[in-house]
Design a binder for this molecule. Structure first.
Ligand SMILES: *Cc1c(COP(=O)(O)O)cnc(C)c1O
Length: 361
């Protein structure tokens, strides 16, 4: 049964003028809305105290297990305002299901799908004024997360867990037009290993990504591309986005699930492939295959997919072993088509033939 969230509005909402100034240039992750969702779990009562309250700091015991052993998971999704003012979520059920799978991997309690979606919807309703206006690719970014809040230093699953949802207005990811990134293929670091936490969306994976990201920046690249597989010679993903390749013979190729994150955007791109005349293929992809394919022109486009940027064109790769441009070094045709198609579905400009959109207000 879906839990009800009790709303207690803040006594100190951000003044309208200040909010409008923020919404004029929200950036990403810098400004937070007025409310948050919290729910507490203990083994004897289960989930309880479902609330939407004023955004406020947590009081956390220094012994809280999350601070020591990183028993924590997260999600990320967006609310979009349409031209008619209505507000919609994109496939929130997939985030809910992935949250259950991540919780299982980190031995956190299961929050049922309906309650997850309702928690996000409840926060959007409370902070409706924070959903940016239509036009300009802005959205309200929602961050559900769950962590071990029990004060206990033994290593075992926590007996007190906090679930929370916060929200940030998000500006257009490419305010000056869609540009591409060059990926650093790290042979020094890996993101995930077989049997590890690669498929879980957990904070620990992000902590481990900071050193490889520093390495990438040091080589003049914007992001990392990780390798995986038994020999660490196969394409994995970029750490915040899944990767795709378009081939000359009209295939859309992406690594199979396993150690990579099962992205909502990835799943959506695969589902739309046929409408763009591409044959979707999920399989292991060797780094050497990509290097050769870029050199002989069989690989024509590359892009990354994730909620924050939707589709990011990849215009080059660099590693200790080689450097290569993708195509002519500008975003490819299919890359731009997928980006436009997804945004058009999200903002209600294209028909939602797959039933992906979920109306909140
Ligand atoms: C969240 C995430 C993605 C993208 O998933 P979406 O559901 O499309 O946003 C890709 N890789 C990693 C490691 C992630 O955490």
């Amino acid at each position: 049964m879906t839990a009800e969230f009790r709303l207690r509005r803040t006594d100190h909402p951000t003044p309208q003028q200040q909010r409008e100034e923020i919404l004029a240039d929200p950036g990403f992750g810098r400004h937070f809305t007025d409310h948050m969702v919290t729910v507490t779990w203990t083994p004897d009562v289960g989930w309880h105290d479902h609330q939407v309250t004023a955004l406020a700091p947590f009081t956390l015991h220094p012994g809280a297990a999350v601070l020591h052993y990183a028993q924590e998971i997260l999600e990320g999704l967006k609310a979009f305002r349409r031209a008619d003012g209505s507000i919609w979520l994109f496939r929130p059920g997939l985030n809910a299901r992935r949250f259950v799978a991540s919780a299982d991997r980190l031995v956190l309690p299961e929050l049922d799908e309906e309650t997850f979606v309702e928690s996000v919807a409840a926060l959007v309703r409370a902070d409706e004024a924070w959903v940016p206006p239509y036009g300009g690719e802005q959205s309200l970014y929602l961050r559900p997360f769950m962590f071990a809040s029990e004060a206990f230093l033994g290593v075992r699953p926590a007996q007190q867990v906090t679930y929370c949802v916060i929200a940030c207005p998000a500006g257009s990811y490419f305010p000056n037009g869609v540009t591409g990134v060059t990926l650093w293929i790290s042979t020094k670091y890996s993101r995930a290993s077989i049997g590890g936490t690669g498929a879980a969306k957990c904070g620990g994976n992000y902590a481990a990504s900071l050193a490889p990201q520093r390495e990438a920046l040091g080589h003049g690249c914007e992001q990392v591309l990780y390798l995986g597989g038994e020999q660490r010679r196969d394409i994995d993903e970029s750490g915040t986005m899944n990767v795709f390749f378009v081939t000359r013979d009209q295939q859309l190729v992406t690594p199979s699930l396993g150690t990579i994150l099962d992205g909502v955007t990835r799943d959506s791109v695969l589902a739309l492939a046929a409408e763009h005349g591409l044959d979707p293929v999920q399989r292991s992809i060797g780094m050497d295959e990509i290097r050769d394919g870029l050199a002989d022109g069989t690989v024509t486009e590359a892009f990354a997919a994730g909620t924050a940027a939707v589709i990011t064109p990849i215009i080059g790769f660099k590693s200790e072993e080689f450097a290569a441009e993708v195509g002519d070094g500008t975003p490819g045709k299919y890359t731009r088509q997928f980006r436009t198609h997804l945004l058009d579905i999200q903002y209600g400009r294209a028909e939602d033939t797959h039933g992906w959109m979920h109306r909140v207000l």
